[in-house]
Design a protein around this ligand. Structure first.
Ligand SMILES: Cc1cc2nc3c(=O)[nH]c(=O)nc-3n(C[C@H](O)[C@H](O)[C@H](O)COP(=O)(O)OP(=O)(O)OC[C@H]3O[C@@H](n4cnc5c(N)ncnc54)[C@H](O)[C@@H]3O)c2cc1C
Length: 344
């Protein structure tokens, strides 16, 4: 496959902030709206730049129109019948060509499976840098460069980077970290159809079969209440208790990384640096010590309750309410008292 490098000589040729939006079965992925929220904040510190969203697929005009309600300047919708289903090669080529043509200064993508697949390939073709899994982005007021911050060294450091000599400045951002842009009843901005130059020779992939795994949808990032279990559960069956508590509270089930690695629960439940970032009203950590990598994904919760038999567990330093005790004694009592209260 041909590798392309843009002329990086004149940084002044590059302008505007782009969000590469993501659609799942026609639905706008929440991280797209979060990135628009961040983009609006960044644009306030950049004079004369515009905030554009790019979406890609086939028959996506309707989604483009919906995105105009979030106050962006323009939505470019890239359509081609070869883009009907996700194909790394086609998506990479279509977006790379568009970036080369329009020259955005900043390109933001969600840290999702799709964007993590295509983002680094696009950056490599453009000969620019990409910082993945950013948790904070800001504009340096002295020179207008994007300061890209992420958790590093196993969660022990926050490191910030800039991309001084190449454009665009590319980042992926973890879902659930940035605040969503507010939807307005009025749509502003414009939509523009882009038809990419694609042919079947542009891919090395041949889609033989598409199989959707039967999996219960885990909506951790949107949940108001999350009940998480850790190593303290001791076995997979311990999650029955966590599920029961989550159910009476109408919440979702989360987990630390230990139960995921032990195969007690699916990885889609993992909260933390390498899992999902959650910001619920209530987060209940059961048998979780509170390692920094776990905290990275839940410290923004409004109220944190910890149940742990070790009074010195680090989780007690960040929780609002702590219960020192055996979770197998505490949780059944909690469930009972919640059920009793519901009866009145
Ligand atoms: C690069 C990197 C990325 C990582 N990413 C993540 C991530 O995204 N998410 C994540 O969670 N971890 C992540 N980790 C792992 C992390 O460092 C910890 O190892 C992990 O979070 C510990 O999980 P835990 O709290 O369940 O287990 P432990 O630290 O072993 O804690 C178990 C706790 O259960 C308590 N306990 C035991 N029995 C009971 C009982 N009967 N009742 C009540 N309490 C009890 C113990 O007192 C203890 O505090 C990452 C690590 C690295 C290096």
């Amino acid at each position: 496959m041909k590798s392309v490098k843009v002329n990086q000589n004149n940084l002044n040729d590059y302008s505007d902030i782009w969000v590469i939006g993501e659609l799942n079965d026609g639905k706008i992925h929440p991280v797209t709206v979060e990135l628009i929220g961040k983009g609006k904040e960044l644009i306030n510190n950049l004079t004369g730049k515009k905030l554009n969203v790019i979406i890609i697929g086939y028959g996506v005009q309707n989604s483009a129109e919906k995105l105009l309600h979030y106050g962006v300047d323009k939505v470019l919708y890239v359509e081609h019948n070869l883009l009907k289903s996700f194909n790394t090669d086609y998506y990479v080529k279509a977006i790379t060509d568009l970036i080369e043509d329009r020259k955005p200064e900043i390109v933001m993508m969600g840290s999702t499976y799709t964007m993590k697949d295509i983002g680094p390939r696009i950056a490599a073709r453009l000969g620019t840098g990409l910082i993945s899994d950013c948790t904070e982005l800001e504009i340096d007021s002295s020179d207008g460069k994007l300061i890209q911050t992420k958790v590093s060294f196993g969660g022990n450091l926050l490191s910030s980077a800039i991309c001084p000599n190449n454009r665009p400045q590319m980042v992926t951002v973890k879902p659930g970290v940035m605040n969503k842009a507010e939807r307005s009843e009025e749509a502003s901005g414009k939509i523009e159809l882009v038809i990419p130059k694609l042919s079947e020779n542009d891919t090395r992939l041949n889609l033989i079969l598409k199989e959707v795994l039967e999996k219960k949808q885990v909506n951790l990032d949107k949940a108001k209440i999350v009940v998480s279990g850790g190593r303290g559960l001791k076995e997979a069956a311990g999650f029955d208790l966590i599920r029961e508590l989550a159910e009476v509270l109408n919440g979702e089930v989360g987990a630390s990384r230990v139960p995921i690695e032990a195969g007690w629960i699916d990885s889609s439940h993992q909260v933390g640096q390498t899992g999902v970032t959650v910001k619920p009203d209530l987060y209940i950590a059961c048998g979780i010590s509170g390692a920094i990598q776990h905290q990275a994904g839940m410290y923004q919760s409004k109220y944190i309750v910890a149940i742990n038999k070790d009074p010195n567990a680090p989780i007690f330093k960040i929780c609002d309410y702590g219960i020192v005790g055996d979770l197998y004694e505490v949780i059944p009592q909690l469930i009972e008292s919640i059920k009793e209260k519901r009866m009145f």
